[in-house]
Ligand binder design. Structure first.
Ligand code: JCZ
Length: 239
C-alpha cells in the first residue's frame, strides 16, 4: 500500500518512520511519502492561508496549493482522506476497508481548515472521505493522520507479527476486549482470575466473551446495539 501525506508540518509525521510502521516500510509492506504543501505555493512568502469569506476568526487554507499538490501526488482513483472534526466517524471497520485499497492520500488541514472547494474538487478524481477520529478539536490534521495510518496499517498482512492479535482486538467483533493478565499469578495481593490458569480452553473462551460483553455494556452500551447476542451472551450480561 502507498500512503502519501500532505502537510505544512512534515516533521510532525516523523513517527511514521518509527516502530511498527518503520519496520513495515523497511520490509516494503507499505510505502510512505510525506510532502510539504508549501512546495506548491506560488508566491515568495509561500502563503497557504487567507482570511475567511464571510468573516469570522482565524484563517482558511487556500485552495490553489491544494489543487496543485493533489494533482501531482494523488494517483487518479486514490482515496483522499481529510481529517476534520466535522467528518464521519473513523472506525475499525473503516480502517479495515481502507487497508484493502492500493493507496491513500491524507490532507492535513491547519488554521480553521481547508477551503471546501479544494475538497469538493478532489471528488472528481477519486473517492474523498472527510473523517473525524473523535468528538474533540485538534489544532490540525497531523495527529489524526498518525492515528489513522497506524490503525489502517495494522490490517496490512505482515505488519503486525501475530495476525490473530488483530482479529482479537477491541472492536474486531464489535465489542471491547476484556482484561489481560500475565505473570506473576499474584501481584500486590491481586490474583489472576483462576479460570485463566485452569487450562480449560472452552471455559477460558466463555469467560473472555463474558468479560468483553460486561465491559462493553458498562463502558460503551452504544456498541451493543450493533452486535448479535447469543442466549449465552444474554445470560452473561444478566449474571
Ligand atoms: N477528530 C478531529 C479532527 C480534528 C481536526 C482536523 C483538521 C484540522 C485543521 C485544523 N483543525 C483541525 C482539527 N480535530 N478533531
Amino acid at each position: 500500500m502507498r500512503i502519501d501525506v500532505l502537510t505544512i508540518f512534515p516533521e510532525y509525521l516523523a513517527p511514521l518512520g518509527q516502530a511498527l510502521l518503520g519496520k513495515a516500510a523497511a520490509k516494503g509492506l507499505v510505502e510512505i511519502g510525506v510532502h510539504d504543501l508549501r512546495r506548491w505555493t506560488d508566491d515568495v512568502h509561500r502563503t497557504v492561508d487567507d482570511s475567511p469569506y464571510g468573516g469570522g476568526p482565524g484563517m482558511v487554507m487556500r485552495p490553489e496549493p491544494w489543487g496543485r499538490a493533489l494533482a501531482e501526488v494523488r494517483r487518479p482513483g486514490t482515496r483522499l482522506v481529510v481529517p476534520t472534526p466535522a467528518g464521519r466517524p473513523f472506525t475499525q471497520a473503516v480502517a479495515a476497508q481502507w487497508a484493502t485499497e492500493p493507496g491513500l492520500v491524507f490532507a492535513c488541514g491547519r488554521y480553521e481548515g481547508i477551503d471546501q472547494r479544494a475538497v469538493d474538487d478532489a471528488a472528481a478524481h477519486g473517492p474523498v472521505s472527510e473523517v473525524s477520529i473523535g468528538d474533540y478539536v485538534l489544532a490540525g490534521g497531523e495527529s489524526a493522520v498518525l492515528v489513522m495510518v497506524e490503525a489502517v496499517s495494522r490490517f496490512i498482512p505482515g505488519v503486525v507479527g501475530n495476525a490473530e492479535s488483530v482479529e482479537l482486538d477491541s472492536h474486531a467483533d464489535g465489542l471491547l476486549e476484556g482484561p489481560s493478565y500475565t505473570r506473576p499469578a499474584v501481584w500486590r495481593g491481586h490474583e489472576v482470575p483462576p479460570v485463566l490458569l485452569s487450562g480449560d480452553h472452552a471455559a477460558i473462551a466463555r469467560w473472555r466473551r463474558a468479560e468483553s460483553l460486561r465491559r462493553t455494556a458498562d463502558r460503551r452500551p452504544d456498541l451493543l446495539a450493533g452486535v448479535e447476542l447469543t442466549a449465552a451472551d444474554r445470560a452473561a450480561l444478566d449474571a
